[in-house]
Design a protein. Structure first.
Length: 336
C-alpha cells in the first residue's frame, strides 16, 4: 500500500458511493409503493422501521444516559476521585450538560431537515417520474458549493468546475422529462435544499459525535414529526400495508443505512466533495427506475451521465493528489 494512501478518506468515498446507489433507488421504490399506500403512511412507516433497526444501540444509549445522570446526581464516586470538592463535581455536571445539549441540538436540527427531505421527495414523486427526481438531486452539489462560499468563504475552482459539469449532466438528463408538472419538481427542490444543508452542517457536526448516537437522535426527531401526519391514515391502510411490507421494509432499511453512512463519511470528507460524489445518484436512479418502473432515457441521458462521471472523477482524483502533496510536505518538514 502506498505510503501516502489515506485509507480513512477512501473508506468515506466508498461509503458515499453506496449512499448514492441507495438514494438512487428511493424515488423508484417510493413511486411504486405510492400506487398502494398513501405518501403520509409511507413516510411514517419507513422511519419507524429505520429507528427500530437501531434498537440495540438505543437501549444502550438510554442506559448510559441514566447511569451518567445518576452518578452526577449522587456525586459520591466522582467527588472522591476529583479532590473531594463540590466545585469540581459541579464542573463535571456543567461539562456533561453542555455536551448533551450540543448533541441533542444537533440531532434535532438534522432530524427536522431529514424529515423535510423525505416529505418533499415522497410528495414530489407522485407527479414526476422517479428518473427526474434523481436527476434533480444532482443539483445538490451546486447548493453545497453556494453554502460553502456564503458561510465559509471557501471557493475552490476545481470543485466549482466539477460541480458545473455534474450540474450540466443532471440538466441534460432532466431535460428529457420536461413535460411533467412543475409542482412536483418544486417539492423535490425543497428536499434538495434540505439535503444540501445537512451535508454542509455535517462537515462540522459529524466529527463532534459518535455516528450511531447522532443517527438515533436524528431518526428519532424525524420519526416523531412523520408520525404526526401518518397516524390518522395508518388504521385505514393496515391491509395494504401488510400486503406491501417488502418495499416498506426496504425503504426503512435504506433510510437507516443512509443516515449512518452519511454521518460516518463526513467525519473525514469535505461536504463539497461528498456532494459531488452524490451527483452520481441520477445514474444509479436511472438504472433502477428502468429496472423497477420501466422508465428509460435517450441520448441526452447518456451524455449527461458521462458529464456527471467526469466531474465526480476529477474532483476525487484532484483532491487525492492535493492531500498526497500536503502529506509529503509535512513529512519533509518533520525530517528537517
Amino acid at each position: 500500500m502506498p505510503e501516502n494512501f489515506d485509507f480513512r478518506r477512501w473508506q468515506s468515498i466508498g461509503a458515499f458511493f453506496i449512499v448514492s446507489i441507495l438514494l438512487g433507488s428511493i424515488p423508484a421504490i417510493t413511486k411504486w409503493t405510492i400506487l398502494y399506500i398513501s405518501p403520509k403512511a409511507i413516510l411514517g412507516l419507513r422511519y419507524i422501521i429505520a429507528l427500530a433497526l437501531f434498537m440495540p444501540w438505543i437501549s444502550k444509549f438510554i442506559l448510559s444516559l441514566n447511569s451518567i445522570q445518576n452518578q452526577l446526581t449522587l456525586g459520591t464516586i466522582e467527588s472522591i476521585d476529583l479532590s473531594n470538592t463540590l466545585q469540581n463535581n459541579v464542573g463535571i455536571r456543567k461539562i456533561g450538560s453542555i455536551k448533551n445539549n450540543v448533541l441533542f441540538r444537533d440531532g434535532l436540527i438534522l432530524g427536522i431537515l431529514t424529515f423535510g427531505i423525505n416529505l418533499g421527495l415522497t410528495i414530489g414523486v407522485q407527479t414526476i417520474s422517479a428518473n427526474r427526481t434523481s436527476f434533480l438531486f444532482g443539483l445538490c452539489a451546486i447548493f453545497v458549493s453556494v453554502l460553502e462560499f456564503i458561510y465559509r468563504k471557501r471557493f475552490i475552482l476545481r470543485i466549482f468546475a466539477a460541480a458545473i459539469l455534474a450540474f450540466g449532466g443532471s440538466s441534460l438528463m432532466f431535460w428529457e422529462q420536461s413535460y411533467e408538472p412543475l409542482i412536483g419538481s418544486l417539492w423535490v427542490l425543497g428536499a434538495i435544499v434540505c439535503e444540501a444543508t445537512i451535508l454542509f452542517l455535517l462537515e462540522d457536526i459529524a466529527p463532534r459525535h459518535d455516528p450511531v448516537t447522532l443517527s438515533i437522535l436524528r431518526l428519532g426527531t424525524a420519526t416523531t414529526l412523520a408520525m404526526f401526519i401518518a397516524v390518522p391514515e395508518l388504521a385505514n391502510q393496515l391491509v395494504v400495508i401488510v400486503e406491501n411490507w417488502i418495499p416498506l421494509l426496504y425503504l426503512g432499511v435504506v433510510t437507516a443505512a443512509i443516515t449512518w453512512l452519511v454521518i460516518f463519511a463526513l467525519k473525514s470528507l469535505p461536504a463539497t466533495e461528498a456532494a459531488l460524489i452524490q451527483t452520481s445518484e441520477p445514474i444509479f436512479g436511472a438504472i433502477i427506475s428502468f429496472l423497477v418502473l420501466g422508465e428509460s432515457f435517450g441520448w441526452r441521458g447518456i451524455v449527461g451521465a458521462g458529464l456527471i462521471l467526469i466531474g465526480t472523477t476529477l474532483a476525487i482524483l484532484n483532491s487525492s493528489n492535493e492531500l498526497a502533496e500536503k502529506k509529503q510536505l509535512i513529512s519533509k518538514c518533520e525530517e528537517v
